[in-house]
Design a protein around this ligand. Structure first.
Ligand SMILES: Cc1cc2nc3c(=O)[nH]c(=O)nc-3n(C[C@H](O)[C@H](O)[C@H](O)COP(=O)(O)O)c2cc1C
Length: 197
């Protein structure tokens, strides 16, 4: 798959088969994240790769319980409001039972923390598509970065005290008929462009 095709056909996958992802494929995805551009070539993005299914289940429960305690405010983005609302009803809005969750963290107070992590995650989403794997950005741990229980749990997994969670993504084998990710092209209705010639 060439670069343009990988970009054009990448879509979010929210249904996964339980099978594990081959180690060599995961390594390629992580290599794509680690080589992403970063401010000042700082290379401070920390990738936590969670493959332990018990840990993923515990995280899903923690996320649901933490969201269920939150109040929905009008200034919150719609996706966060939906996640809180689903959690209050006992539904899990988290990792879609994918076999792998990759968390991207960076230094607290570093001005390019989010930008560096976003570059890394996008590279990994594209690499997953190229490898015929499904993937999806999941923002719950970012939203819960200041939640004491979530932080404590993530620090047990290796998040350093001076790191903030910027993003996370799931990856796995898509639960589709042919086993390939949905690659239908998305209609672009926003993202305006202004040319200044
Ligand atoms: C910053 C960011 C946060 C996102 N958070 C979530 C999320 O928490 N859960 C989810 O299912 N999708 C999440 N997504 C995926 C978007 O919903 C998705 O990219 C968008 O709807 C376009 O669809 P596509 O990825 O299939 O092209 C997120 C994407 C971005 C860039």
């Amino acid at each position: 798959m060439n670069t343009h095709e990988a970009i054009r056909t990448r879509r979010s996958t929210r249904k996964y088969r339980p099978e594990a992802v081959e180690d060599d494929k995961l390594e390629k995805i992580l290599a794509a994240g680690r080589v992403a551009p970063c401010g000042g070539n700082s290379q401070t993005t920390h990738f936590l790769v969670i493959r332990n299914q018990q840990v993923l289940r515990e995280l899903a429960t923690l996320v649901r319980e933490s969201f269920a305690k939150m109040e929905i405010r009008p200034d919150m983005c719609k996706a966060l409001q939906a996640a809180i609302s689903a959690s209050k009803k006992g539904h899990s809005a988290f990792h879609f039972n994918a076999p792998i969750l990759i968390v991207a963290a960076n230094k607290i107070g570093y001005g390019n923390a989010m930008a560096d992590c976003a570059c890394a995650v996008e590279n990994m989403l594209l690499a997953a598509n190229d490898l015929d794997l499904g993937s999806c950005w999941v923002n719950q741990l970012r939203w819960l970065d200041e939640d004491a229980a979530a932080r404590e749990y993530m620090m047990k997994l290796g998040l350093a005290a001076d790191e903030t969670i910027c993003a996370s993504m799931v990856v796995g084998k898509p639960d589709t008929k042919d086993g390939l990710p949905n690659r239908s092209e998305r209609k672009i209705t926003g993202n305006p462009v202004t040319y200044i010639d």
